[in-house]
Design a binder for this molecule. Sequence first.
Ligand code: ZN
Length: 230
Amino acid sequence: MEKSALVLFSGGQDSTTCLAWALSRYTKVETIGFDYGQRHAIELDCRPRVLNTLRKDFPEWSERLGEDHMIDLSVLGHISDTALTSEAAIHLNENGLPNTFVPGRNLLFLTLAAALAYRRHITVLVGGMCETDFSGYPDCRDETIRALQHALNLGMETHFDLQTPLMWINKAQTWKLADDLGGSSLIELIVEETHTCYLGDRTRRHRWGYGCGTCPACQLRANGFEKFKG
Ligand code: ZN
């Protein structure tokens, strides 16, 4: 319980649930976010609002919530040609992967998070990677994360522990996990303040939050919410 953790925090549903998970387990929790030239920076705008609401509505967690680190990773947008970093429409590539896949993204995120954690004497890294609803993203696989943990620990002579609390659960169970951790106030925070939509639509409000309602990310979030509500 004395451990500190660094959470990869994008301002979306998954990473907000991971942040709540970490706050319920570790005495000191810091957050890291990346600006990689996302087509829509709306998710990044959600980050400070989520952090402020957590500080305001969850006094127990507020004491544990430490520094937020924002990293400029615009170079990733320059070398990637994906539907998340350009105006391309979302479709499946020839290899069967959706063009929302940003090659190397999670590998870079975790490596940079580890470099920061090293400096701040943090050993636990928390990420929202999930193999259950992973759209086929190979860098969300448990095997990838385990291999990266091994590489980081070899390369930095450290004992990093990469935690992925969402790895084996689906979106309905992610909503349930948030409910278990923070009750209806956390569900409300996630609905109102987090953002998942690939198209960056915040003009339409649904039961499950804001979004276009039709992109793959919205569909996953909406279906999960309806199942969670039963
Ligand atoms: Zn959408």
